[in-house]
Design a protein around this ligand. Structure first.
Ligand code: ME8
Length: 517
């Protein structure tokens, strides 16, 4: 039995109506970094991702492509799974909403909401965006010069009139406002929280939660002419995967409620208004936190199929390298804000922070050790003030990184680690170990020991962000697998003199743009 505290983190589940794009990759990379951080920091982590396979958008796309919705879902869900492997995502499960376990959980949550008196039958007439799978009030839409009416996210809306079940969302307005007030961390970042509070304060209408004009969804219990609204179905995935709804004593039930739902800013309303209301109605505990990251823009422009600037994450990773891409997005974008990227921006980060930064510090110090200290971790003599100062900074760094990660300021966590690299560089340059080689070899050994120890701690802390490259760095300083958790930061895991080291191989090569053809 583990005594570690459970930590449950999820990404949104993606629509497999097309191939995954860089926005999907970004969300998965960021969530993976947090999941890995919490694991290394001693939590019992359950990390979930997956695909959201029902609904009108899936059915329409399948029709256009002359296939069934299930065939489309099977094909593209496999692509999302493959993207996860390519990105080295450490998710513990991958859920598909077409799985029987999910059908069972969604049916159960519906029945609980119905038993609580929150579901009634009526008919819906109003605006619907198939692209967003969202209902909008008339005043949220606008008729543009092209004669098409658009919703607030810039997607076309259509008029829908059909028999429908409704969820009494209007009954939850006060309870939701109370939730936002009592749990200020429930919604982040702050801009999103304000936006949601003013939406809820403006008044909630009951929500149409079933559709009758198509059939690609989970049937409403005892009324199979209706399929459930895809968002009732999709949001429930987070509970499904824990088994909490169907077996409260099961092995993963301890993970509900989730600690963090990581999503993009376009789907904040579903996660912070509808989802907690459904859970309150069903008598289930609420997630602790929902955080909306920003959107990725290509050179400042929104990605869209019509602009032809949709970037395939596979190409980006093949071109620049996986950890380089992970690092770039996590360091470059202020987490929670939109982020822009360009090939030049990626190249600059790789060369400045990785190749000339940590890569260079590791290779310079370790090759000196291998050459001058009999190929083993040198003996650390008495510490000078400078030695003690940099070790103290390294030992204390986890506190800052932990605080930034808990605040979901991923870019600041990385900035703090990279600041130690710069300090390590200054230390190494200032101590001039190459000059000590002849004059004071014992002092040289101490300087090299201290530098290698700083490299060890940087590599440990970089693991959540660049798992593959950090593992290589840790191999270079001969840190055994079982000493790579954060419990071994600081004094607890100091390098041991005499441990053999082999000549360092480059971990972060410089990026050279391909020669113009
Ligand atoms: O919304 N930049 O699925 P989805 C950053 N199935 N993030 C982006 C992005 C971009 N350019 N484009 C999309 C859905 N995302 C639903 C979710 S959850 C119960 C159901 C993010 O495939 C988006 O914000 O449209 C969302 O968090 C995720 O990718 C999946 O988007």
């Amino acid at each position: 039995m583990t005594t570690k505290t459970p930590y449950y983190i999820t990404t949104a589940i993606s629509y497999p109506n097309g191939r995954p794009h860089i926005g999907h990759a970004y969300e998965l990379i960021a969530t993976d970094a947090i999941a890995r951080f919490q694991r290394l920091d001693g939590r019992d982590v359950f990390f979930l991702t997956g695909t959201d396979e029902h609904g009108q958008k899936m059915q329409q796309t399948a029709k256009r492509e002359n296939m069934t919705a299930k065939e489309l879902a099977d094909r593209n869900s496999a692509e999302f799974r493959k993207m996860g492997q390519l990105l080295n995502a450490s998710n513990d499960d991958f859920i598909r909403t077409t799985e029987p376990r999910h059908h069972e959980a969604v049916t159960a949550i519906w029945k609980r909401m119905a038993a609580n008196g929150d579901i009634y039958k009526d008919s819906y007439s109003g605006w619907y965006s198939v692209r967003d799978e969202a209902y909008y009030q008339e005043d949220e839409t606008e008729l543009r010069a092209d004669g098409v009416r658009y919703g607030p996210q810039g997607t076309p809306v259509e008029w829908v009139e059909e028999a429908s079940y409704f969820f009494r969302l209007s009954n939850y307005q006060d309870r939701l406002l109370k939730l936002y007030e009592e749990q200020p961390d429930f919604i982040g970042p702050a801009e999103r929280r304000n936006e949601v509070i003013s939406f809820v304060k403006s008044g909630l209408k009951d929500l149409s939660v079933s559709r009758t004009t198509f059939d690609w969804g989970i049937p409403v219990p005892d009324d199979p002419d209706h399929v459930m609204y895809v968002w009732v179905d999709a949001l429930t995935n987070y509970v499904t995967a824990t088994g909490y709804l169907t077996d409260e004593t099961g092995p993963r039930a301890k993970f509900w409620p989730a600690d963090l739902h990581m999503i993009g800013k376009d789907i904040i309303r579903f996660h912070t208004v509808y989802w907690p209301a459904f859970l309150m109605s069903a008598g289930l505990p609420l997630p602790k936190r929902v955080f909306a990251h920003g959107f990725l823009l290509n050179k400042g422009e929104k990605m869209s199929k019509s602009l032809g600037n949709v970037v395939d994450p596979v190409n980006l990773v093949e071109h620049f390298g996986l950890d380089q891409i992970r690092y770039f997005f996590l360091r470059e974008v202020s987490f929670g804000q939109d982020g822009s990227y360009s090939e030049e921006g990626i190249a600059t980060r790789i060369n400045a922070d990785l190749a000339n930064g940590i890569g260079n510090l590791a290779s310079r110090s370790l090759s000196m050790i291998v050459k001058n200290c009999e190929g083993a971790v040198p003996v650390c003599g008495d510490l000078s003030e400078a030695d003690a100062a940099i070790l103290a900074t390294a030992d204390a760094l986890v506190e800052t990184v932990r605080a930034e990660m808990n605040a979901l300021a991923i870019h600041k966590a990385l900035a703090a680690i990279i600041a130690l690299v710069s300090e390590g560089d200054r230390y190494f340059a200032g101590q001039e170990p190459w000059a000590l080689k002849k004059t004071d070899p014992a002092r040289m050994a101490t300087v090299l020991y201290v530098t290698a120890e700083v490299v060890r701690q940087i590599a440990l802390l970089l693991q959540p962000f660049m798992p593959g490259s950090s593992a290589k760095l840790l191999d270079l300083v001969a840190v055994p697998e079982e000493k790579r958790s954060f419990a071994f930061l600081g004094q607890a895991g100091r390098l041991v003199a005499g441990t053999p080291l082999s000549a360092p191989t480059p971990v972060f090569p410089r990026y050279q743009p391909p020669a113009e053809a």
